[in-house]
Design a protein around this ligand. Sequence first.
Ligand code: 5GP
Length: 248
Amino acid sequence: MNKRRRVYEGKAKVLYEGPEPGTLIQHFKDDATAFNNKKHALIEGKGVLNNRISEYIFTKLGEIGVPTHFMRRLNMREQLIREVEIIPLEVVVRNVAAGSMATRLGLEEGKALPRSIIEFYYKNDELGDPLVTEEHITAFGWATPQEIDEVMALALRVNDFLSGMFLGVGIRLIDFKIEIGRVYEGDFQRLIVADEISPDSCRLWDIETGRKLDKDVFRQDLGSLSDAYTEVAPEPVLVELVGSCDVP
Ligand code: 5GP
């Protein structure tokens, strides 16, 4: 059997060399980590759910003209993606006060923000992904001012799309994180949404009850993470998952 070359292994995913130049295979693991790896568990089925949820969201984003790295699903846990040059930033969009921003600024959790707020964190596990400003980003050459504008525009489009999608199924999008990468097409360079969008990277609360349906369930020991993620999975994803279980 061909042994694939592993390009990168993160906390929840592995990237393997793809079948053609400029492609990679993104493999979703069942590992759940929090607090910069201090809390770790294996949640059976999480990788399968996140593979499908991220595929669903990226496909829909593509349909409304938001470019993403997603090419096609390969199997239950893997998808073919475009190789990108990742901008070393976690781009967080917040609609409601929660998490680290609520703590940092002493805000009441659950309070709607006056407007959506975009924050940048420098992707560096050793430093615990510190919050940075545009000054740091441009001074250290992580992105140009023009790229920052493009990243913010992409982030807001993703926010509008996700907020509407989740609202339609009774879920409030509190905040989320995305990562952006550069791709080169001839002389041109474009920015596209990379990594994943799943309940691992979003805060999602039930609109009626406020119940948490995201990775905070794991971070705060609030119950079964895979049950919460199954609740979030859009119906077509669930139908496909059930269907795929019937395949011998
Ligand atoms: P906070 O800064 O409040 O911890 O996180 C803000 C949002 O970004 C939350 O939806 C959280 O899930 C997401 N987020 C922040 N850092 C990470 C990270 O390192 N990995 C993932 N998957 N999501 C993150």
